[in-house]
Design a protein around this ligand. Structure first.
Ligand SMILES: [Zn+2]
Length: 265
């Protein structure tokens, strides 16, 4: 009885959060539905505390994207649609965590909770590195060749400010997971390291495998294969590796690192 009341209340609050997310354009229609479904799956299986953790991640990531959005637009580096995340972006950032929450409910293995938190810490660190790094007064440098300057907003570019943001974000969200009783204290360092690693793998993949395009209309260099309503010309990387694929691959790397560190320590 109490359990079903908690579930009804949880779903009701999730509906309110989803509507707010749509109204403040943190997500578009598809992104809102995807986020609601993921929240409902996690809440009804692993529990609502896990959803609160995901919502906090999503809130911090969205605020970072919205923060000084107009300035980032001028750099041609802002996320499109006012930073509203679509379904693919939401799933790329939270899909793996949703899967681990579901698996945790099935087998009740604490190691899986560590993987859930590590995948979120990685997505968060990566978002903060990008969105806060864009605000750096200094030009970014290429991750593979730090003596060389990179274009602001181009994946594979790193700034000291971005690195500081990713470290603070990963450490804070690891501690938060402990404070919320999702993981034991002994896993906090593992999760923080895995999250930071994931964010750097993201930059590394951005510098190597990710597809890059030049728009034949406005001549802008972009990560988008479509620009100004036309297919853009690919100048670098692989066609099938876009921003979302990079996000998923780097979260997977963070999870594998968290698993390996748990087994090794
Ligand atoms: Zn264009």
């Amino acid at each position: 009885m109490l359990a079903s009341l908690i579930n009804i209340a949880g779903l009701a609050i999730l509906v309110i959060i989803s509507i707010a997310s749509y109204r403040y354009r943190a997500t578009d229609e598809g992104g809102t539905i995807a986020a609601f479904l993921m929240g409902a799956i996690v809440g009804l299986t692993a529990g609502w505390l896990w959803v609160i953790y995901m919502v906090l991640f999503f809130a911090v990531a969205s605020l970072a994207t919205k923060f000084r959005y107009n300035y980032k637009s001028k750099l041609h580096a802002a996320e499109e649609k006012g930073g509203a995340r679509g379904a693919k972006n939401v799933i790329a950032n939270g899909g793996l965590a949703t899967l681990f929450a579901f698996l945790y409910w099935l087998v009740k293995e604490p190691a899986i909770a560590v993987l859930f938190v590590a995948s979120i810490a990685s997505s968060l660190s990566d978002t903060l590195a990008t969105e806060i790094g864009l605000l750096s007064k200094k030009k970014p440098h290429e991750i593979l060749n730090p003596s060389k300057e990179a274009e602001p907003g181009k994946s594979g570019g790193i700034t000291l400010l971005g690195i500081a943001a990713e470290v603070v974000g990963s450490v804070f969200f690891s501690l938060l997971a402990f404070a919320m009783n999702l993981v034991e204290l002994k896993y906090v360092a593992i999760i923080a390291v895995a999250g930071i690693l994931g964010a750097n793998i993201d930059s590394l993949l951005g510098a190597t495998l990710q597809g890059y395009y030049v728009c034949s209309v406005c001549n802008q260099r972009t990560e988008k294969s479509f620009h100004c309503s036309l297919q853009a010309k690919r100048v670098k990387g692989l066609a099938w590796i876009g921003n979302n694929a990079v996000n998923i691959l780097s979260s997977c790397t963070a999870v594998i690192a968290a698993l390996a560190l748990q087994l090794a320590l």
